[in-house]
Write a protein that binds this ligand. Sequence first.
Ligand code: SAM
Ligand code: SF4
Length: 321
Amino acid sequence: MIDSFNRNIDYMRISVTDRCNLRCRYCMPDGIELCSHDYILSFDEILMVCKEAIGLGIVNFKITGGEPLVRKDCHKLIKKIYELGGVNEVTITTNGILLVDQLDDIIDAGVKSINISLDTLDREKYEQITGFDQIDKVLEAIEKSVEKGIRVKINSVLHDKDYKEDFLNLIKLAQKYPIDVRFIEMMPIGLGANSMLVSNEDLKKILETSFENVSSDKTKHGNGPAEYCRIDGFLGAIGFISAMHGKFCDSCNRIRMTSTGEIKSCLCFDKQISLKDALKARDSKAISEILKNSILEKPEMHCFEDKKRITELKRMTQIGG
Ligand code: SAM
Ligand code: SF4
């Protein structure tokens, strides 16, 4: 569906849980106040929403959280979304900890592309960032996913003074594997507001001074706003998602649904419309109307550069990052 600013909204991020098995220091270092399971949408409810979203032209879905793979039988939901028909792609964003165990089920469900979050390759630092000494599981998940033919994208949010070292180490993953390694600028959402913002412009300069043959890659890599480049001899690409320094709102294609059934059309603002009553009544027309209104009311752009105007106070894991 086309929104009020002539953008085609064809992508929906669905948070299936607010829970997580890691405690990333810029996301939920002390956990969050969990909402009761009664408030979390059932698979049946999520599917009702997906069906109406498809009717409005949404063809790509991202399953996220919290950590989506802590939700039991996540792969069954994915399979059922595909079975609704009219879907182009269902993908997942995960921290990778539970991925190896669930990989075959996820592939059987139809997933071909997985985003894995990893902010450093240093074991100790990984533990400092996430609270757990689990980096081996993530590295194994990357390797196994590539082996099984999954399109893997690494998402890294660099956020401290040693970022240059982390950056140069992380891009080596794209040297070794045919995967995209992408750097997402920290957004002032939740604790991100108090974290160091590493500019992608700085990272691009580091790339150009560290490698001789860096070229821009204009091919389409997915549904998002990343810009890509390639380095001679690397199997994969390096991507930059410049949420702060490269406003890409004019090409924004998405809405989000929280795990409790709130539809959000922009990460920056607290405006959200609840689907709960419509879902309880199993009123498909009302669900569709809410989705439609949310798309029509989607703001023109975020205002992350002006913290005073940001109204979203929830954490990323409560919104569905
Ligand atoms: N648990 C899953 C994971 O880590 O991939 C999915 C949810 S997590 C909220 C999704 C992504 O959002 C992660 O890559 C995380 O690093 C990123 N993220 C969290 N807070 C952020 C912030 N303030 N700015 C930018 N990215 C953020
Ligand atoms: Fe969990 Fe993802 Fe947040 Fe880390 S970024 S605490 S893995 S939800």
